[in-house]
Design a binder for this molecule. Structure first.
Ligand SMILES: *Cc1c(COP(=O)(O)O)cnc(C)c1O
Length: 332
């Protein structure tokens, strides 16, 4: 048996590094959601995390373990959004430079926020690239080499995976027994960390992953038993537009997650509207993946069960948010 990239001890150590730095986000309840699903739903509100997504956990956990030499040169990341903000904020909190390689078409709000988090930190900048023609990893590695910076990938890194797992650790420690934990899946950093934490605390729990219909690279990889790479998916869930699960995340996901389901962009919009109207919460499209699977009936009959649901982020351009809530996703 090959060993997995992280253990429960790594998640616990991450929780100690994050104590007093990351928010211990609230667990939201909704009578309407419970009635609709027949289950007791516990929403872990990571859209209320620092910088608006769980990604702060993994980024800070990784950067706080840099050597003094690594801190001097700083951190580099390539990201379509939330990981960028997470690295920029973590770097500034730890007093080191950051360079973020971002797609030209990243949501403007995420671009602006990233630059905002870098403000006042010498040596920090955003570098833009074309997502459809250029290889962000190649660009990232070149700059990292030129400037001596340490590249921190958005999901395929043990410190990132362990940091993300602290979200589920907090949830389980707060609410106790759960029958299921439902988690969105992009590259698999969040679900691999969360499954590691949840399965350790509650061995009988079923962990389920949720991908956008158009971007089901992990679901296909599960079916094939090996990593499958797809074209850049077209979906409003921009945080889950990954082309393949990670080399480190995939074995953990395969070992601990029972199945991967998908939801459509239309189901994401319905769920965003539900959170806005009923819970008065702004949750970004990707952040709604897990909740959509539960609330839109994708997981089947859930009556009588206690279900943890990760709301992963809330960073959405308000103009786009308004369009999505008014229109169907095709014309948004
Ligand atoms: C990054 C991100 C995801 C996907 O996380 P992975 O660790 O890549 O699976 C989901 N939701 C939001 C809001 C994100 O920023």
């Amino acid at each position: 048996m090959t060993s997995l990239a992280i253990t429960f001890a790594d998640v616990e150590a991450a929780a100690q590094r994050l104590a007093g730095v990351a928010h211990r986000t609230p667990v939201l309840r909704s009578r309407t959601a419970d009635e609709r699903s027949g289950a007791e739903l516990f929403f872990k509100a990571e859209h209320l995390q620092r910088m608006g997504a769980f990604k702060f956990r993994g980024a800070y956990n990784a950067l706080s373990q840099f050597t003094p030499e690594q801190r001097r040169a700083g951190a580099l990341a390539f990201s379509s959004g939330n990981h960028a903000q997470a690295i920029a904020l973590s770097a500034r909190l730890l007093g080191m430079p950051s360079v973020i390689v971002m797609p030209q078409d990243a949501p403007p709000v995420k671009l602006a926020a990233t630059r905002g988090y870098q403000a006042g930190q010498p040596g920090s900048e955003v570098i833009l690239y074309d997502r459809y023609s250029e290889d962000r990893e190649a660009i990232g590695r070149r700059i990292a080499e030129e400037r001596g910076m340490t590249l921190i990938p958005p999901y395929d890194h043990p410190h990132v995976m362990a940091g993300q797992g602290t979200a589920a650790l907090e949830l389980v420690d707060e609410v106790g027994r759960l029958d299921k934990l439902v988690v969105c899946v992009g590259g698999g950093g969040l679900i691999s960390g969360c499954a590691t934490a949840a399965k350790h605390r509650l061995p009988a729990i079923e962990v389920i992953g949720v991908e956008p219909e158009a971007g089901n690279d992990t679901q296909r990889s599960f079916a094939r038993g090996e990593i499958v790479k797809i074209d850049v998916p077209q979906t409003i869930a921009d945080g889950a537009q990954t082309q393949a699960p990670g080399r480190l995340t995939f074995p953990v996901t395969r070992a601990l997650v029972s199945r991967i389901v998908t939801v459509s962009d239309a189901q994401l919009v319905t769920t965003m509207r539900f959170f806005a109207e009923r819970l008065k919460q702004i949750v970004e499209p990707t952040g709604c993946l897990a909740a959509a699977a539960v609330l839109e009936g994708v997981l089947g009959d859930l009556r009588g069960q206690r279900i943890g649901v990760i709301l992963s982020g809330g960073n959405v351009d308000l103009a786009q948010y308004g369009r999505l809530l008014q229109n169907n996703p095709e014309i948004a």
